[in-house]
Design a protein around this ligand. Sequence first.
Ligand code: PLP
Length: 364
Amino acid sequence: MRVHELETPAVLIDLDVMERNLARMAEYCRRHGLALRPHTKTHKIPELAHRQMASGASGITVAKLGEAEVMIQAGLTDVLIAYPIVGREKAARLAALAERASLTVSLDSEEAARDISRSAQERGVRVGLLVELDIGFRRCGVQRPDEAVTLARLIHDLPNVDFRGLMFYPGHFMVPEPERRQLLEDANTRLRRFYDAFERAGLSIGVVSGGSTPTAFISHEFLGVTEIRPGMYIFNDRTMVGLGVARPEDCALSILVTVVSTSVSGRAIVDGGSKTFSTDRYRAGDGRGFGLVREDPEAEVEALSEEHGHLDISRSSRRYRVGERLTIIPNHVCTVMNLHDEVYGIRGDQVEAVWRVAARGRVR
Ligand SMILES: Cc1ncc(COP(=O)(O)O)c(C=O)c1O
């Protein structure tokens, strides 16, 4: 099949660009002796997780148990759930999965640790645990070094769980480069305090799992990090370009749309809105707009109705025609993937692969 034969809207993945992104990250990790554990919540496609494994990943990351179930069913065997698993029902599902794969979970509470330990014991399995630290994002993660040590000691004492190390997520680094430098210094000050407390307590730390896409290529500057979990790097998006983390030519994912109306002056309307692009905001620059039109940098994706994308073309010299097609890089690739049943892997005008987004909607 050819790209021009696809019905729109359609999510296109440029395979040459994606493969370059995968190879670049794998090479960076090899050079710095870091394990790579890509976050697969970005694409939610087991075939792509297998590609990441084939290009040097040591395991994968997921956010939700439902994603882990899909990935393990598809033959992925080493999974980190970088999300607190809380409650008996979830702990029971986790223990069932641990019969089929090597599982690690990050957490920041005694409650979560006890529930997982109990379910793992009932099922006769073992689950690895990482204590999550907050290094400034203020979402999850224990705040103080003594709390981290207390939780690690508890994990040592609980049956059927293994203390594997520490984890943090630098989500607050979604800011321009000069600010990221300062945040890195602050993060390292905090990490040093945590490591010192573990040393004083005589507890050894195995893994230190960190990383994200904006910080991926400075991961070696975070003290003590042994593995990283970037997700978006496989595709990149408009926000990554705006933050200076990627160039437009590093964006593998774009959405193929058709112009369906040009009746209103200064406007072109395309056949994808919030149910195609998601309404995640642009987290760089002036924060405006919902996408980058590859064919016309002067156009602004100004607004999204559910099924209409509103392009402001009043400053553009390009002539728009009903029926023509455009490709738009969205603000945030992860939420786009969760909206689509299938996506298309392309090389030039050739559609090489059609992938089902098997873990879309798996939010439990
Ligand atoms: C815990 C955790 N680790 C890793 C990632 C991946 O980071 P990024 O989305 O910047 O690639 C995320 C993203 O939300 C995350 O929440």
